[in-house]
Design a protein around this ligand. Sequence first.
Ligand code: GLY
Length: 572
Amino acid sequence: MSERKSLALTCLLLMLTPLAAIASPPIIEGERFHPEPGQHAMVVTSHTLASRVGRDILRDGGNAVDAAVAIGFALAVVQPRSGNIGGGGFMVISDEKSDQVTSIDYRETAPAGAFETMFQDDEGNVIEEASRFSANASGVPGTVSGMAMALERYGSMSLDRVMAPAIRLAHDGFAIPQRFADGLNGSRERLEKQEGTRRLFYKADGSNWRAGEVFRQPELAATLTRIAQNGPREFYEGETADHLIETLQAHGGIMTRADLKDYRAIERAPVHGTYRDYDIYAMAPPSSGGVHIVQILNMLENDDLTRMGHGSAASMHLMSEAMRRAYADRSKYLGDPAFFDVPVEALTSKDYARELRAQISLEKATPSEAIGPGNITPYESNETTHYSVADDSGLAVANTYTLNFSYGSGIAVDKAGFLLNNEMDDFSAKPGVPNAFGLIGGEANAVEPGKRMLSSMTPTIVKRDGRNFLITGSPGGSRIITTTLGVISNVIDHGMNIQSAVSAPRFHDQWLPDEIRIEDGFSPDTVRLLESMGHNVTQQSAMGASQSILINDDGFQGGADPRRETSSALGL
Ligand code: GLY
């Protein structure tokens, strides 16, 4: 059965089946359905082995942050297309006991030698290859610093304890899932161009790895062991830093040892908003995710989405109109707050949302050109990975991190066994010209030395009456924000259980191109109604992979996204 057909069937089954009635999981690789009542902790990730690592840490007395950090390192081993130590991301942490929600920004930064036109030729044309697949495509990685900061400030275990499972997986190896083999085989043309990368990810005779074979990564095991023993500065100032800079400079990169040494993760207040009776906490700039989740929810909250119904033309029209207005603002107002004064308060204010909502007709689509200019053809990538963890002490973690594209720039650090990001493509290589996700940026997101590139990653924690309620987020490039929005609305507006909320068909509107992009699973009647309102509707491949947790009176429920066959929810 094709991936799309199997997804549609899985979604249909999940929509029709009450969670408590699901007895035997129909999918073999992931561990997706854990509806037993009364569970008091939950881990949901895109990989069964990473979920087991997190669950075991919780079982051994670790808290949700310990588990989240252990999962971050484990995914770097078992899912190298997006799990990483050579990239960056964002972690939102909620502590019910102290009623505090905080976040760790470990986004990559541009090296000191970066400059605004570095990805343009002499005529000012953007050179895509340079921002995506060259040594200069990489920002200074933040993952090791971010994970270490989260652990030191909010964890309870030592770094070597939480890294031990990842080191074991790298050293002893693991049985390759089909998705892992398919990913490497599908990216072969790009990855084998780099000698170091070919050596790491293909067999000595050059052939592909097959599902079920054991995959070992001794160089990565040695790198992780050095970090576990010497601490995070090993990555930024030790032997690992030497290997990283030697590799990049051998490929003509501008990153220096000083860039690595100067890198620091930043703890930030998350963006806060309210939606109906709920508090929304999501990532602040340099992610656009938190601002736009709150902005869109503000535009929606005075309409009765429950009555309109999930997947109806009425609700999809209204949500799309709200989405496209937010994405138009994204292109102008969002960037690294250390370099640009992002008007977070104004963009997330209820007054501004009322103004925007007043422009929306419930009968007719607003052409995107009436909202803002532009003409683009987006390249799509579904990579990045999100995971959620919640424990019984009231700690919850939403973490999204990435190399940007699948396998990042495709350049692996020689002698250290890990891939580097191509996050520099998330800058506006030239203001007004779209990046790989079709997103247009302005001066706010122009390349500058030491700056963090704008992101869409949206790790989010929703609270109700001071209690953690929903922990969510997703990969999916520009579609991350709308995927996360959909899960929130499915739970709050449509009363879905978390598995249904995560599995339900998705749609996305990012202002430009002027279209509503839909997955399989919407009724043709709905599509016709949307078209009659003036929308362009295109059906494309699955979007995102939202690994989410819902906590209510029935206990902790995990929703593992069926769009990834290795997705896994494990409760305790
Ligand atoms: N690289 C995808 C994002 O940060 O939004």
